[in-house]
Design a protein around this ligand. Structure first.
Ligand code: SF4
Length: 254
């Protein structure tokens, strides 16, 4: 049986460039580009995926749970945060795994994830999540690329840089509302997409009211005590000038 090369396409530059590296080594005949759609992505992510797939010459394979991250949080009575994000498991890992189990044999399949050398701390968790499958991380191999260098690679290939990177976000996922992101990304989202931020802020308040718990996506530590920092509070601090939006790394579309 031929060996299958399944790239977990996240919509990020890293997973596309990982696919490029796999293509250089193995060609595309046995390549699968697997994308788990959370239903809350930025419209430009789909444009980027279309461009990426056209460049690679491989169609996109889409899996979908059907819920959004917020629906998962309400279903599970648990608000995702930087340490624990059930949305990732429900909307990405499980649908991808089910697809693999239905269409591939672990003995003749390699799964590739676009994590880069700067994110190596995430490897043990990802390897554990893919237990039973061979998993590789092409972007952790030399040459190591910074995010800016990855975006330059896109420009060289005439692929427009996804919008979320252009406004300074580190990751192109969940329309800039990733619960794993820190204060920096949320402030950039507040600046670039105030309506999206307002939506997440309302959802967080609704969750707190419905379950009667003092929880938040973000936390802060004051005088050695860790406590929730709501999106509403972060916005108020931004509005009264207590916190400022970080200067994004400048990048252009082309
Ligand atoms: S990108 Fe963030 S918010 Fe979206 S599914 Fe993954 S962990 Fe959850």
């Amino acid at each position: 049986m031929r060996h299958k090369h399944v790239i977990q396409m996240s919509g990020g530059a890293g997973s596309f460039l990982a696919a490029e590296r796999v293509k250089a080594q193995h060609g595309t005949h046995d390549m699968v580009l697997l994308f788990a759609d959370t239903g809350t992505e930025d419209p430009d992510l789909y444009r980027f995926l279309d461009d990426a797939c056209a460049h690679l010459g491989v169609p996109l394979t889409v899996v979908k749970d059907g819920r959004t991250p917020w629906q998962v949080f309400f279903d599970e009575h648990f608000l995702g945060n930087s340490r624990l994000a059930p949305c990732s498991k429900r909307l990405k890992q499980i649908p991808c795994r089910k697809w693999l189990e239905a269409h591939c044999d672990p003995a003749t399949t390699t799964v590739y994830v676009g994590i880069d050398a700067s994110e190596k701390r995430r490897l043990p968790g990802v390897i554990k999540g893919w237990e039973g499958w061979r998993v590789e991380f092409p972007m952790c191999d030399e040459p190591h690329l910074t995010k800016a260098e990855m975006l330059d690679e896109l420009r060289k290939l005439d692929i427009a840089v996804p919008l979320l990177y252009r406004v300074g976000l580190e990751h192109n996922n969940c329309a800039g509302l990733c619960v794993r992101a820190g204060q920096r990304q949320w402030l950039l989202t507040l600046q670039a997409f105030p309506d999206r931020y307002a939506f997440a802020e309302r959802q967080e308040q609704e969750f707190r009211a419905q379950f009667g718990r003092d929880v938040a996506i973000l936390t802060e530590t004051r005088r050695g005590v860790k406590r929730p920092l709501t999106l509403a509070e972060l916005r108020r601090r931004f509005e009264d000038g207590t916190v400022r939006v970080p200067v994004p790394v400048p990048t252009s579309a082309t």
